[in-house]
Design a protein around this ligand. Structure first.
Ligand code: NAD
Length: 380
């Protein structure tokens, strides 16, 4: 069996779907690995490092993926990449399963068996395969580092001979994987941290990291978590109560990190333009939800906006800004996903399509889109 790792089609994507560590592990399972030249450059992995781990390095895309049984990517492949693969190839990556359905259909029509790793079920057995968690964790950390680098004041309290420097007040909105890491990072830097979420489970997690939890805790809040562990879209009535609470709180905050997402839907707007304008000059907002429409009315995808003295950071692909670590964790997630699908004796693919993890992530097979959510429009 041959696994191929192409260079990402989008040249702004610095991550790569395999590392020398995971190449060695695949080789240990009796699998051949081909990496397209330059695939690891953005993650500081030179071609010889892949070669030393036992991979072959192909000069061209076709040379890498043309006869591959399995292709590993970070993001959805381009049309050119799909055209270079043979029918029957199994491909796994972050396929953006709710975006550009025509592109997904084209992959299905090309005869690819497609796994979308963002759809990984949130069950204990799949935790080591959870790409959203591994990448969000790094994004949460980097968001605080980006904010601290832009903020014109110090994060911790400092008592000096010249007087006291006040600690920064940091507000984290959305206390999932990214938000919890943002809380931990801001606390390590010495900030005073508050956080909010709509899921009751977040309350205890926020408190355990030493931050204060602020939220509208009504009946709707008590039922806001789906069976999949995600947030539901909240009612207009709840959003209004939340808006009033947040509007009052943000005026006293120096840094806000927003991370709130609802699977398959646009991100909820939590910070209005008026709220941004109510903040002190020099305040910083980092909108981690900017790719999905944004939590802040002022943020722009890929831009750093200065609005009435407040800096609003909307970097895209924030995990990719820590590409070496992001690739390392992502590649392990991908290896952990494939290991049970490879026959230990023959090194051949042996996929149990009834398995919960396989069925949960499989989006295309035998020429058609097969995931129930793509058929019914339901979300996790
Ligand atoms: P996410 O990225 O979908 O959303 C980020 C956060 O935004 C969530 O906590 C969500 O509740 C919150 N949010 C949504 N709408 C909001 C609103 N209007 N106002 C404020 N906050 C809002 O979520 P995530 O980070 O991927 O994880 C969600 C949960 O799943 C977490 O509790 C996490 O610990 C859990 N999880 C479980 C597993 C597992 O069991 N295998 C794996 C990963 C994550």
């Amino acid at each position: 069996m041959k696994i191929a790792v192409p260079a990402e089609a989008d040249t702004s994507e610095a991550r790569v779907a395999a590392t020398p560590e995971t190449v060695k592990k695949f080789r240990g399972l009796g699998v051949t690995v081909a990496v397209e030249a330059g695939a690891g450059t953005g993650s500081d992995i030179p071609d010889p490092a892949f070669r030393d781990a036992g991979a072959s390095v192909a000069k061209t895309l076709a040379g890498a993926v043309g006869d591959a049984d399995v292709v590993l990517t970070v993001r959805r492949p381009s049309a050119e990449q799909v055209a270079a693969m043979k029918a029957g190839t199994v491909i796994a990556g972050q396929m953006d399963p709710f975006g550009d359905v025509a592109g997904l259909e084209a992959m299905a029509k090309a005869g690819l068996t497609v796994f979308s790793l963002e759809l990984m079920p949130r069950i204990t057995r799949a935790q080591t395969m959870d790409v959203l968690s591994s990448q969000s964790n790094l994004a949460g950390y980097k968001a605080v580092i980006d904010a601290a680098a832009t903020y014109g004041r110090a994060m911790p309290m400092m008592m000096t001979a010249a007087g006291t420097v006040a600690p920064a007040k940091v507000f984290i909105m959305g206390a999932g994987v990214a938000g919890l890491q943002a809380i931990a990072t801001a606390r390590r830097l010495g900030a005073i941290v508050t956080a909010t979420d709509v899921r009751p489970a977040a309350k205890e997690q926020v408190a355990s990291l030493g931050a204060k939890f602020i939220a509208v805790e009504d009946d709707e809040f008590r039922e806001a978590e789906t069976a999949g562990g995600y947030a539901k879209e909240m009612s207009a009535e709840y959003r209004e109560k939340q808006r009033a609470l947040v509007a009052e709180h943000v005026t006293s905050q120096d840094i806000i990190i927003t991370t709130a997402l609802i699977p398959g839907r646009p991100a909820p707007e939590l910070i209005s333009r008026a709220m941004v304008e109510s903040m002190k000059p020099g305040s910083v907002i980092v909108d981690l939800a900017v790719e999905r429409g944004g939590n802040c009315a002022v943020s722009r995808p890929g831009k750093v906006v200065r609005h009435k003295g407040v800096t609003v950071i909307g970097h895209l692909n924030v995990a990719g800004r820590l590409a070496a670590d992001a690739s390392s964790l992502y590649a392990r997630n991908v290896f952990n996903f494939f290991q049970p699908l490879i026959d230990g004796e023959t090194g051949a693919l042996k996929i149990d399509f009834d398995d919960e993890i396989v069925a949960g992530t499989l989006i295309a097979r035998d020429g058609a889109l097969v995931h129930p959510m793509l058929k019914t429009g339901d979300k996790p």
